[in-house]
Design a protein around this ligand. Sequence first.
Ligand code: ADP
Ligand code: MG
Length: 691
Amino acid sequence: MPVELPSPPAKSKLAANLAKLGLYSDIDLVLHLPMRYVDETQLITIQRAGSLGGEMVQVEGLVTACEVQYKPRRQLLVTIADDSSQLVLRFLHFYGNQITQLAVGNRVRARAEIRHGFFGPEMVHPEYKVVNENTPLPVQLTPIYPSGVGISQTTLRRVISAALQRINWQDTLTPELRDRFKLVEFDNAVKLLHNPSVSTDMFSLENRSHAAWRRMKFDELLAQQLSLQRAQFSRRRKSAPSLAGVGKHTTAFLRSLPFALTCAQQRVLEEIRTDIGATYPMQRLLQGDVGCGKTIVAALAATQAIDNGYQATLMAPTEILADQHFRKIAGWLEPLGISVVWLTGSLKKKEKQNARDQIESGTAQLVIGTHALLQDNVKFARLGLVIVDEQHRFGVDQRLTLRNKGNDLNFTPHQLMMSATPIPRTLAMTYYADLEISVIDELPPGRSPIMTRVIDQERRSEVINRVGAAAADGRQIYWVCPLIEESEALQLQTATDTHSMLQEALPELKIGLVHGRMKPAEKQTVMADFISGTTQLLVATTVIEVGVDVPNASLMVIEHAERFGLSQLHQLRGRVGRGTAASVCLLLFQAPLGGIARQRLMTMRSSTDGFEIARKDLEIRGPGEFLGARQAGQAMLRFADLETDQELVEQVRGLAQKLLEDATHNLPEASEIVEAHLLRWMNRKEEYLRV
Ligand code: ADP
Ligand code: MG
């Protein structure tokens, strides 16, 4: 099937401005769809306009006066008149050439809301154009496009309609498929969306429920599914070392554990073992609420890799977390004779070199670290398993880099990603369609639920007393300082101030302070003191958000909780409730609360279920933000909305599967559809999907 190829990038200023909007080719232009429309098809008399208020209206008249006025400030006042009445157009900002355009005697068509000023009805900053008596009114709704600096709506309309005409926009879907899924033709759909006739229901255009929009969403989702599922197919064709045997280290490790695995842990471990036993690379996401015990599962996967003669690596997003993993896992595995090596940016040059040497020679069996692992000079001898903790903290490219560290051996290591941020179903089916997912849906026994209370900041002194009492009881406490997004300096200042304030109020306590600007070694000392119980209270910024595990900590205070996002609050709160003592989380807020902040805090109070909270979070924030810009690459879904288009997602998923299956069985029609569709929709974007 002939398909439109992207036209070579022109070097003009226009091309540069279009590029800023991500528009490089004809297909980009055609898929640059309006965000709304205006109705310029109707004119009303000035008299009638004057009797209305607050509505958008369009009038036409001859300019009877045009003058710059200087009081109370410089402005351009233009009076226009038709047979019925007259009206003032007021411009508070204007250019010299507007005075010429709007010279007395010219005919002007102006559109704006009517306001009633001192001198009668007026329009402030109307959209206008100079016309003559015969200039026809448009017969279609006027599209308004997402735009940027240096490019006007008129220009966009011009280049887009040129692109629309340049090519015969063949349908990538057959009539049979369009029929089955009740889809309008692609060609008609894009034409309608760019130039809807005045009889088109504007509401269904703007809320994107119109059949033409449905076609766009369907196509977009189909491209995404095809691309993800194809990536999955091609992954299956890569080879990976089979790490099937459960050997002596794993057995000894299991025997040495002071507790039994929960049923959920056993189940996911089986799933992982099946995967890493295969000869193509695993790509599995291990999901489980904070505190459910993912680390031990990861360690068991690692020992299995080691038992099979391969290296494993675990990467964590922060030094604190990597350090904690290292201590814990080395504590488990070193007694079994496994060599666990630690690599982070904060190591001294010589220590780093030493670690790298062990990694490269293969004497390091398990390597734990931070982003430092991604550096070019880190080379593994026989990397068989890559584990990424808190995977959503890393970009797609970073995970790829780590995975490619085993490439020298002509195979791809298995990859296990872990996350406590549960991915809601629709997201799992779309953005993460290429992942197998394991869920630990059970907490280790003996945990008592966390009680959450929402408290006005005014009652801070009561809260401080409560902290003192808890410490006297032998419990440990986190005090989380407010998030100050605007200024890191201010955030540090606040943390230091809070630390001294608490030390003054509770002189008998040993209080630690940890924040993002401390040197890794300092952080480690502070954390170690808290873990050992030397300090009872730990004042912290959000650096403790991920992974920190101190089971004896059972009270958490979060100041200005209204400034945090839901998943962040859930992560923070997950630092308590890890031991057997009943845990409490106090969310201090500053009144008055906005609507969204109230919703979030109420959700936190009523639920400790990470899935429920993630669902709410998605509802409040939308998927783009949920995924984070880095994760999503670009906004991959521009048209479909995962909340409202769930049904479409399901239909499309099935179709994508079928098409790819047919294509692999050499049904020419299916492969044509797949190729043409991906070319049309994935133009340059597919890279981001190759997780
Ligand atoms: P997360 O899933 O949040 O990473 P961790 O792996 O840090 O959770 O585990 C939380 C705590 O629970 C740790 O102290 C860990 O040793 C403990 N733990 C893990 N599995 C079990 C189990 N089956 N029984 C009892 N305690 C467990
Ligand atoms: Mg963890």
